[in-house]
Design a protein around this ligand. Structure first.
Ligand code: URA
Length: 231
């Protein structure tokens, strides 16, 4: 890779800015001052600028424990946004792999790898998502079967795909779905005449919410977690 391109990627600089930095003679490659942007650098090269070794960042895969009141978007006029919770550079390159409503808590995956997030969000891949749901009215006897058969949502032509419902208490269930229609969980229970009081996402594919994270905290995914999405 050219040195000026390397500086752009490592510092988030424009090509013009990178050229300017190089001209100041503050960049060394393997302890030698280099001023030419055309110089080729490889992964083995040690590129230092103002005493700091520079690295080009690889793709980022983040797990965030989303609190209530944060919007899954880059901009919002009236609410805080989940990106406010991240301490990351080049934030505009990050996107959310499957949004949650402002009042939903739990697992949000954030990345700059579009192919990876497509595996999660594309209906074709039927990636499982598990939600813990607290309901206003008690669970009825036929719910498990109804979720299995598919539910007719308002303004949709087809039934929802078969979903797995595990009853945990009178008004609490674990619901696993394979699609991600707008407000899907809330609409599924509304179609049965019930109402979601609180909603929390626990799992996406094989990636489970890390219990050691506090609300609003995040961590990078492990290699196994990242790779599990391709299975
Ligand atoms: N379904 C919903 O209704 N809301 C969410 O936030 C996620 C799934």
């Amino acid at each position: 890779m050219r040195l000026d391109k390397f500086l752009c990627d490592a510092l988030g600089a424009t090509r013009k800015e990178a050229t300017k930095i190089l001209k100041t003679g503050t960049v060394t490659v393997n302890d030698t001052v280099v001023k030419s942007g055309a110089t080729k650098v490889t992964e083995e090269c040690e590129v230092v600028w103002q005493g700091n070794q520079l690295r080009v960042q690889g793709p980022r895969y983040i797990m965030l424990y989303k609190p209530e009141g944060f919007v899954c978007s880059h901009e919002d006029c009236s609410n805080r946004i989940v990106f406010d919770l991240l301490d990351e550079i080049k934030m505009d390159q990050l996107h959310i792999a499957g949004r949650l409503d402002v009042d939903t808590t739990g697992l949000v995956l954030i990345t700059d790898d579009g192919q990876w997030s497509h595996r999660i969000t594309s209906p074709k891949h039927k990636c499982e998502k598990t939600y813990r749901v607290w309901l206003v009215d008690p669970v009825e006897d036929d719910y498990v079967e109804k979720f299995k058969q598919g539910i007719q949502l308002k303004s949709e032509t087809n039934l929802t795909l078969p979903a797995h419902l595990e009853v945990r208490a009178d008004r609490e269930v674990l619901l696993t779905i394979h699609e991600g229609k707008y407000h899907q969980v809330k609409r599924m229970f509304a179609a049965l005449g019930n109402k979601v009081e609180a909603l929390h996402r626990e799992r996406i594919g094989e990636i489970e919410m890390d219990e050691s994270l506090e609300l609003g905290e995040y961590r990078y995914l492990t290699e196994d977690e990242v790779n599990s999405i391709w299975k």
